[in-house]
Design a protein around this ligand. Sequence first.
Ligand code: B1M
Length: 215
Amino acid sequence: MNETLFEAMKQSIIDGEAEDAERLANQAVAEGVDPLEAINKGFVLGLDDVGEQFGCGEMFLPDLVLAAEAMKTAVAILEPELAKKGTAREILGTVVMGTVEGDIHDIGKTLVATMLSASGFKVYDLGVNVAIGAFAEKAREVGADIVGVSSLLTTTMVRQRFVIEALDDMGLRPQVKVMVGGAPVTRDWVAEIGADGYSEDAIGAVAVAKRLVGK
Ligand code: B1M
């Protein structure tokens, strides 16, 4: 039954219809649909479709912008539901997280931050277009266990390496672990830059973060 709902969610993103996305997200909440399923099996598939069409020149930047706005409208409704699923318990660790300098993609990074919070981590989300040194400075200020660096562009992914170097320069490694992520990140890249972990999605990111803090 949810398949029809998921399909409509996907289509609302492809059409860039924020009002439809809002209505469908509210419907999911009212019907008790798992918020993460609504995101991953519905809305994200729409963004993937738009991304593919943009990549091959069938859609253009305004389409991407409208799709992203529709997605953010839906996620804003579903995120509090995700957060509610986390119950008050011991803090598993402290994470400083952001999208690296030059990159303004925030939907995936925010999802990861929400899932980490919901799972018991204290998360400092620095937002998007975060200066290289700001990750290390915040990590030192709050005594972070993990720094999480998101990049959606191949051109900004290279800066993940610089964040690790900045942590090294401040003498914070190897105590502070580094988790990287974002669509272009691969296992080979993680090994090349000496990051401690990576995940392809928000659920995996929680598992990686727990491993990095030994939980
Ligand atoms: Co952009 N964009 N975009 N875009 N955009 C991509 C990434 C692209 C693949 C589209 C394409 O060409 N097919 C392409 C990148 C190509 C490349 O470098 N390889 C691209 C481009 C080219 C651009 C511009 C350069 C376009 C232009 O201006 N000509 C420009 C760059 C702007 C900039 O950052 N400087 C641009 C702009 C934009 C918008 C602003 C319009 C909008 C973003 C709005 C926003 O975020 N507020 C946008 C969007 C929406 C996309 C696509 C369509 C969707 C991204 C998204 O939100 N996905 C994207 C194509 C695609 O990915 N299918 C595309 C949904 C989200 C839930 O997934 O972000 O992958 P994702 O996050 C996942 C995982 O990656 C992982 O978990 C998340 C949750 O499951 N993850 C982590 C992410 N971070 C993690 C961190 C971790 C662990 C896991 O640990 C720290």
